[in-house]
Design a protein. Structure first.
Length: 116
C-alpha cells in the first residue's frame, strides 16, 4: 500500500475554482492508476475522475465532465484535480485512491464546500 494525503479543499462560491492535490509516499507512484472520489452528506461515495499510470488517459463522471481536470506528476508523486465552474452540488469530501495491490489505498479526504 501507499500513504495518500489530500489537500486544497475549502470554501468557495458557486462558479469558482479549487485545485486539489494528492501526495503519495513511496517510490512506485508511477506503478498504479489513480482516481478521485467524493462523498456528500447522506450519500454514497461516488467516482469523480480517473487517470492511468502515465497520465495520458483520463476519464470522468458525467456530472463533472468539462469542468474538472485530473492530472498527475509522477516526478513529484502527486495527483491533482482542477475544479472549475463549481456548483453547490459539488459539495462533498473528496478522496484520492490508488489502485494498489493487494487492496486499494485511500487518503483521509479533504472537504470542499461550494456556497450558492
Amino acid at each position: 500500500q501507499v500513504q495518500l494525503v489530500e489537500s486544497g479543499g475549502g470554501l468557495v462560491q458557486a462558479g469558482g475554482s479549487l485545485r486539489l492535490s494528492c501526495a503519495a509516499s513511496g517510490r512506485t507512484f508511477s506503478s498504479y492508476a489513480m482516481g478521485w472520489f467524493r462523498q456528500a452528506p447522506g450519500k454514497e461515495r461516488e467516482f469523480v475522475a480517473g487517470i492511468n499510470l502515465s497520465g495520458d488517459s483520463t476519464y470522468y463522471a458525467d456530472s463533472v465532465k468539462g469542468r474538472f481536470t485530473i492530472s498527475r506528476d509522477n516526478a513529484k508523486n502527486t495527483m491533482y484535480l482542477q475544479m472549475n465552474s463549481l456548483k453547490a452540488e459539488d459539495t462533498a469530501v473528496y478522496y484520492c485512491k490508488a489502485d494498489t495491490v493487494p487492496r486499494n489505498s485511500w487518503g483521509q479526504g479533504t472537504q470542499v464546500t461550494v456556497s450558492s
